[in-house]
Design a protein around this ligand. Structure first.
Ligand code: NAP
Ligand code: HSE
Length: 417
């Protein structure tokens, strides 16, 4: 089976290297040689293991290619290329979650009975797509909750373990090949949202776009939040959450405080983990490297092996799930909240804040005031609330912003119980 690799970067080069290194083992497992014959990049590659060209037509023209593996990134160009290739009834594999978050349905429809695999698009090497489509296919999925972005988890872990600085750890994550070409996708939560939408589409048939859901990243999490979390036995993790609530689907992506003893709270570094709760199985948890060339190559090659085996399994063939589920409105999210605010340290401030909280049906569970430093006139206050609706918290934040004693942005984080 001849394969073209469209994109010879972190993942593309790892796929080629692994196909060559494990060629005998792969052949034994699918009774066919899988040969990477040509790759595409924007600039020539001196030490590449296979010929790398910069003109896509040189690859598309070749009739002998059986599978095209898209590992370029971006949305519009890969959409155009993959559509063209699927129309020619040639198999496609992609790791491109941004593309799939916007165009998966159209591409699945185009593919019909042509293989179209995207295991590598969610949670790096963890075979979560296969798990949802096959292993858990008897279950009504009540919830999916996961650490879906390796870069964010790596940054949060290093900040908590080694007091490392955000920008320095982000740079390291980029050097290690974990981050997206534009790392704002990682640190502002979009990458995790793209992955969550793919999972929610498989589990619930939900067809919504990233713009429709609540997305927050880790860029505003500070040393102070990490300090507070440690003091009160929480761990901060960036989570993607999909769950059924009142016959609707709640979808959200944001940093969250978790009880430090929960299993997801113990997942550190570039690791991802996904907890799936099904009506028959109950909870199951999947753990593994969520980013990096090798982890992602492992998932890409698993799809290639499935294609070589010529099995008509649902992991690489269409799985469009039609349901009548609607998205839960963001205002109806109901959870506990953490708030950090810097205020003028003067009489009446705390009582005004608690008065505003009670006017908006918000009850305080935990409170901490950090002693101010000498010569400073501001204090930092930390609150954890009891459960309340998102709309109440959002109104409270608006009201607080109008107060003259508020001296910096108010930071809010949800607690995941
Ligand atoms: P990368 O290191 O930036 O590699 C991208 C490759 O595609 C490069 O070789 C680049 O060429 C080539 N390319 C990009 N645009 C092109 C264009 N217009 N024409 C021709 N070639 C083009 O990216 P990556 O980290 O390997 O990620 C690739 C894909 O996998 C992305 O969709 C990403 O979201 C996804 N993914 C990545 C990871 C990970 O851990 N890195 C994990 C899962 C999924 P040049 O080398 O000449 O720039
Ligand atoms: N940038 C992504 C991450 C790559 O850090 O999780 C894996 O999808």
């Amino acid at each position: 089976m001849k394969v073209a690799i469209l994109g010879y970067g972190t993942v593309g080069s790892a796929v080629v290297e692994t196909l060559l290194k494990n060629q005998d083992l792969i052949k034994a497992r699918c009774d066919e040689e899988i040969i990477p014959v040509i790759a595409l990049a924007r600039s020539p590659k001196k030490n590449a293991l296979i010929p790398v060209v910069c003109d896509i037509d040189e690859i598309l023209e070749r009739e002998d290619i059986d599978v095209f593996v898209e590992l370029m990134g971006g949305i519009d160009l890969p959409f155009e290329l993959i559509s063209k290739i699927l129309k020619r009834k040639k198999a496609v594999i992609t790791a491109n979650k941004a593309l799939l978050a916007y165009h998966r349905d159209e591409l699945e429809k185009l593919a019909q009975d042509t293989a179209f695999g995207y295991e590598a698009s969610v949670a790096g090497g963890i075979p979560i797509i296969k798990i949802l489509k096959e292993g858990l296919s008897a279950n009504n999925i009540f919830s999916i909750k996961g650490i879906l972005n390796g870069t964010s988890n790596y940054i949060l872990s290093k900040m908590a373990e080694d007091n490392a600085k955000f920008q320095e750890v982000l740079k390291k994550a980029q050097e290690l090949g974990y981050a997206e070409a534009d790392p704002t996708f990682d640190i502002e939560g979009y990458d995790a949202a793209h992955k969550l939408l793919i999972l929610a589409n498989i589990a619930y048939g939900l067809r919504v776009k990233p713009e429709d859901i609540l997305i927050e990243g880790i860029s505003r999490v500070s040393d102070e939040d990490i300090y507070f979390a440690k003091e009160f036995e929480y761990t901060i993790k960036h989570l993607g959450i999909a769950k059924i609530k009142d016959e609707k689907i709640e979808l959200r992506v944001h940093p969250a405080m978790l009880d430090k003893d929960k299993m997801l709270a113990k997942v550190d570094g570039v690791m991802n983990a996904i907890s799936v709760y099904g009506d028959i199985l109950g909870e199951s948890l999947y753990y593994g490297a969520g980013a990096g060339g090798k982890a992602t190559a492992s998932a890409v090659i698993a799809d290639l092996i499935d294609i070589a085996r010529k099995e008509k399994n649902s992991a690489i063939f269409g799985y469009l799930n039609d349901t009548s589920y609607k998205l839960l409105d963001k205002d109806e999210i109901y959870t506990r909240y953490y708030l950090r605010l810097k205020v003028l340290d003067k009489i009446g401030v705390l009582s005004k804040i608690t008065q505003l909280m009670s006017e908006h049906q918000i009850s305080i569970d935990t409170f901490l005031q950090k002693s101010k430093k000498e010569k400073e006139d501001c204090s930092t206050l930390f609150f954890i609330t009891h459960q309340t609706y998102e709309k109440n918290i959002q109104i409270l934040i608006q009201k607080l912003k109008e107060q003259e004693f508020i001296k910096s942005d108010i930071f809010m984080m949800r607690i995941e119980d």
